[in-house]
Structure formats: C-alpha cells, structure tokens
Design a protein around this ligand. Structure first.
Ligand code: PA5
Length: 503
C-alpha cells in the first residue's frame, strides 16, 4: 500500500512562514495597517453581572479606577514594594524601548553561527528561564517542528527543552532524539544555582565533551547574570559564548531579554517584530486613560474577580499553538500573586479538549471561577469539511452554510463564553488576530504590566518568589547540600517524630 498523500491540501501555511522567515523575509510590522489589523481586542461582554451570586458590576469597575490609577502612576514612577534586595525589579517596564537593533543583530549572527554547526539545539532552563521561550516557539512554529525536514523548518535546527524537571526517563528519551546529531546547548539560569537546570547541564556538558572534546566550547552558550553566579564563572573559565539577564528583570518577566531572544532567533523567529509588539503594547499601557489602557482594564477586572471570591482563573484557548502562552500565564500570575494568602490559581486549558473534561465543573461546579479566553481568530490554515451523500452524521448543513473548521473553532470560544456566563462564570476574551511574533510580544507585555498592577492592588511585592525559595531550601536540605546541614537536621528531627501514613 502506498503512503497517504494529502490530496486536496495545499502546503501548510505554518511551514510556508517558517520557510519565509528562514529566508529573512519579515512582515511590515511598523506599518499602521499591520498594527491595526493585529490589534489585541479585550472583549468584556461577559465580564459583568454574571448570575453567580456576587457579580462583578460596572459600578465596581468605576469605583476601583482611582486605586488602579494610583498603582499605574506608582509603577510608572518606580515607587512602592518592587524591590528584591536593593534592586527595583521593574527593568522589564521600559525594556522594549531600551533594546537596540545592534544587540538584536548580534544575537542573530551568533545564533546563525551556532545553527550552522548543529542539527539540534537544546534549551536548558526552568520557570522563567524556560516557559516563555517554549511558549513563543510553539505559538509560531509547526506542532511537529522537530519531525519536519530542515528545509521545512526554514533552516532551523531541531529544538528541545530540558532542565524543567528531574525525570530521568524524560531526559533519557530526549537523549535518544539527539543521538547521531550535532548538538548545541543554551543553559539559561539567572541565579546559576537552580538544581534541575544544573544537573541536566552537567550531564549534557559531559556528553558533549566526550563526543567533541575541545570543540564543545563552540557548541555551548550560557545565559545568566552579568557578573554573578556559577554559570558566569563557568562561561569565563571555559570560554563559552554568553548572554545576560539584567539584574532588574525577574525570571518570569524575562522573555524579552536574552533569555527569550536567543531561543527565538534559533527558531528563526523575527525578534525585531517580537520587540515591536512589546513596544506597541507598552505605548498603549502607558496611557493615563483607564478605558484606553488594556493593562489597567485587565488588572482591574481580575482584581475584582478575586475580591468577589473567584479563586481559579481558567485560561482557555482554541489554538493548540497558544497553549504554551496559557502555561506561561500559569507561571506569571500565580508566582507573582500567590503571596500572603492572595491570588487566583491559573488553569491553562485547550478548548474543545477540556470542555469534555472539567468543562462540566466550569459550567455547574462551585462558582469560584473566572475565565479568560485566548481567542485565536485566524489560524494559519483553513480546512474545509467535505460534503458526503449519505450525511449520516448530519453535518452537510455546515457545508451548505460555507462553514469550515476555523469557523467551528471560533464557536469553541463564542459558545462557552456565552454558556459559562449564563452558568455564573464571568469571562473575558483576548482576541488575537493571528499567530505572529508581534502579537506574542503584545500579549506578554500586557500580562507583565497587568500582574505588576495586580501586586499593588493586592498590597504585596509581585516581583519576588519566597515560596519557590522555600521548596528549594527543603530540597537542598534533603539532598544533603553543603551549607544546609541545619535545615536538614530540623527536617530529619521533624520527620523522625512524624509517622508516615502509607496504605
Ligand atoms: O520567575 C522566576 O524568577 C523563577 O520562575 C525563575 O525563573 C526560576 O526559578 C528559574 O530560576 P533561574 O533562572 O535562576 O534558574
């Protein structure tokens, strides 16, 4: 039997775009037409007066504006509870304007050089040193990127992510994918001390050295703090090419720093367009007119939802490609808001998939849910549905109305937005015109600023993560890391008096 041929399908437009980017072709992202046709729209139709017993009302919104405006001005002026040690952690705020073209060109030329030497690129990192890079690459490339030919990938190497967990099977499986290939690594860690990243880096660095000896130097890139930390020292000693994470930008706010830019450039994503998206949204978010400022409206609504007893934010998308963005939000918001008993749990979801699972709970479960849709309007591809004579499934009506898959996929948001609202779940839609770097930049900046405002409204510093440090300390102690002897003693003492319950 011959293999399947895609009769009636033209080339996947995601692949066409990858090829175009590989040739250095870029969109006219500075034109006003481009900006207008890629405007992010915040649809608040179902945000107010949901029948849930404690609805968010328009009056609530009007009442909270002065408080939100105070937060907005404090952030602009760099005032308030924004310090980690003696560093004000708001470097991300003006970063879009500070990035110079020369720096982007340098990233592009370094990544091109590395790309020409390798078949597969491995990005090592966790949390903010991982999620944004993966989310953006997934959003803008083919779902099965690594299984495509290099030509279909637009010349980019295969791309893998490691260091985000300590599962030996996951590592081992990924190594099998790297077998026989020329491999390049980018180890990303601001602190340089994160165990998961460090352990996997040690394993891979040795593997590369065992294969290519001194040649390894050209295959490893380090992204870390400008001066401090083990990785910076390692880069110095071994002569690895290095990139920096600014002091005043925390991990989850770092996708526009070298943390994100290097990985995106490896995938041939237009980093200038990405920066342009950030710049555009920054401009919108600096305006002092509340209703014209998407960051403020977004922050105010989410805060009101929390005040009204919403403890879960379902972030649902109708685009598999954008699921990573929802996962990026799952880090940005809870790590910044989950302090002192505050915050909403973010639950990333792909619809329709999750509508047939916890969709039941969203519709009829406890009314403690707020919902945010990442609503992709125009997918890369349209797929039409064939008309069949028997029509046993009764779907011919779709064809008669000229409805293809993408229209149904829009209803996958429109339908739940209406039904969930009726069931008492206030919701908002963030309409994303299409999958491009500009739109990703816009979303990221809007969310970063929104969560910063949220910190002011909640009354705590959103730029630190003492809770994450707590798990790190406990793990170091249990692993017997030097320097953590006292903590180990304390834990062991406590455990010796605790009867383990195992049935
Ligand atoms: O947002 C944060 O600061 C964290 O999620 C960090 O990005 C994460 O803990 C990884 O830290 P590092 O880059 O120091 O390895």
């Amino acid at each position: 039997m011959q293999g399947l041929r895609l009769k009636g399908f033209s080339e996947n437009r995601t692949i066409t775009r990858q090829r175009e980017r590989g040739k250095g072709l870029s969109a006219h992202f500075e034109s006003s037409h481009f900006k207008e046709s890629n405007r992010l729209v915040l649809d608040l139709t179902y945000a107010f007066d949901a029948p849930d017993g404690r609805p968010i009302t328009r009056e609530d919104m009007e009442r909270i504006i002065p408080q939100v405006m105070d937060a907005h001005h404090a952030l602009k002026e760099g005032r308030g509870d924004i310090y980690d040690g003696d560093v004000a952690m708001i470097g991300w705020q003006d970063l879009p304007e500070k990035i110079e073209k020369g720096h982007l060109d340098e990233i592009k030329s370094s990544t091109q050089e590395l790309s020409s030497k390798i078949d597969a690129y491995v990005s090592l990192g966790i949390g903010g040193s991982y999620l944004g890079v993966e989310a953006t690459i997934q959003a803008l490339t083919h779902r099965f990127f690594n299984q495509l030919s290099r030509d279909q990938r637009g010349g980019a190497p295969e791309i893998y992510f490691l260091g985000q967990n300590m599962d030996p099977d996951f590592l081992r499986d990924t190594l099998d994918m790297l077998h026989g290939k020329r491999v390049g690594l980018n180890v990303i860690s601001k602190s340089g001390t994160t165990t998961e990243t460090a352990v996997v880096f040690r394993i891979l660095e040795k593997l590369l050295e065992d294969n290519w000896g001194r040649g390894t130097r050209e295959l490893i890139v380090v992204t870390t703090d400008k001066e401090r930390g083990a990785l910076r020292e390692l880069a110095r000693r071994k002569g690895y090419k290095s990139f920096t994470i600014p002091d005043d930008v925390g991990g989850r706010f770092s996708v526009l720093t070298d943390v994100g830019l290097v990985g995106l450039a490896m995938a041939n994503i237009d980093i200038q367009e990405f920066v342009a998206g950030f710049r555009h949204m920054r401009k919108l978010c600096l305006t002092d007119d509340f209703w014209e400022n998407p960051c403020l409206v977004h922050a105010a609504l989410r805060h009101l939802a929390w005040l009204k007893g919403k403890k879960i934010e379902v972030v649902a998308t109708n685009s598999v490609a954008l699921y990573g963005v929802a996962r990026w939000m799952e880090q940005l918001f809870p790590e910044s808001e989950g302090h002192q008993g505050h915050g909403m749990w973010v639950s990333p979801s792909i619809y329709s998939e999750k509508l047939h699972a916890n969709g039941q709970m969203v519709q009829e479960g406890e009314r403690n849910i707020f919902e945010t849709f990442l609503y992709l309007k125009e997918p890369d591809n349209e797929v039409s549905i064939p008309e069949v004579r028997e029509d046993l499934d009764g779907l011919n009506y779709l064809i008669k109305q000229g409805i293809g898959m993408s229209h149904i996929n829009r209803m996958v948001i429109e339908g739940p937005a209406y039904a969930h609202f009726k069931g008492g779940v206030p919701n908002i839609s963030i309409e994303i015109a299409r999958r491009n770097a500009f739109n990703l930049g816009q979303i990221y900046y809007m969310m970063e600023r929104s969560v910063a405002i949220s910190g002011y409204l909640l009354g705590h510093n959103p730029f630190i993560q003492p809770g994450v440090e707590a798990y790190k300390r406990a793990m170091f102690a249990l692993l017997g890391k030097p320097g953590f002897e006292k903590a180990r003693e304390e834990i062991e003492h406590e455990l010796s008096r605790t009867k383990r319950i195992r049935i």
